[in-house]
Design a protein around this ligand. Structure first.
Ligand SMILES: O=c1ccn([C@H]2C[C@H](O)[C@@H](CO)O2)c(=O)[nH]1
Length: 148
């Protein structure tokens, strides 16, 4: 179970989390967009995980900062994200893109506390009526598509 947004927001050291996101932003690899992004999150066991965006000459396969963050989450033991922040190249709070809201939903759920310009808000505010893992429960896929 994920924390309530109030709990996640209360547990997080937001200035430290924002500072970590800014540090990671400074390491972004963005020769194409020249738009560095850094992200940092508190995990339910107290770890801090983060990432920066890493672009590619094949533009469409660039990795958002949140991709690195969820990869570090899994690689260092998993757990649930409870508080998240993301910043742009000026160090200002950045709203996660649509695809990354889905990534965050998978690992933090509706109560993940997200840092926004209008205050700390639950992820459910930013991704209402979300699709999630529970929608796959019991699904066998489309008829005839299961293969041999
Ligand atoms: O939530 C977001 C939004 C954008 N970007 C990156 C992708 C691309 O490298 C650059 C410009 O879109 O910003 C992120 O890393 N995370």
């Amino acid at each position: 179970m994920s924390d309530s947004p109030a709990t996640g927001a209360g547990r997080a050291d937001w200035p430290a989390l924002r500072e970590r996101a800014r540090e990671l932003m400074s390491r972004a690899y963005v020769p194409y967009s020249k738009y560095p992004v850094g992200a940092a999150a508190l995990v339910d066991d107290g770890r801090i995980v983060g990432g920066c965006n890493v672009e590619n000459a094949s533009y469409g396969i660039g990795l958002c900062a949140e991709c690195g963050l969820v990869s570090e989450l899994a690689a260092t033991g998993g757990g649930r994200l409870v508080a998240f922040t993301c910043c742009d190249g000026r160090g200002e709070i950045l709203m996660p893109c649509g695809r990354c809201r889905q990534l965050l939903w998978e690992h933090g759920g509706p109560n993940l506390a997200v840092d926004t310009a209008s205050g700390v808000r639950p992820l459910s505010d930013l991704l209402p009526d979300a699709f999630g893992p529970e929608h796959l429960a019991g699904a066998d896929g489309p008829t005839g598509s299961t293969g041999p």
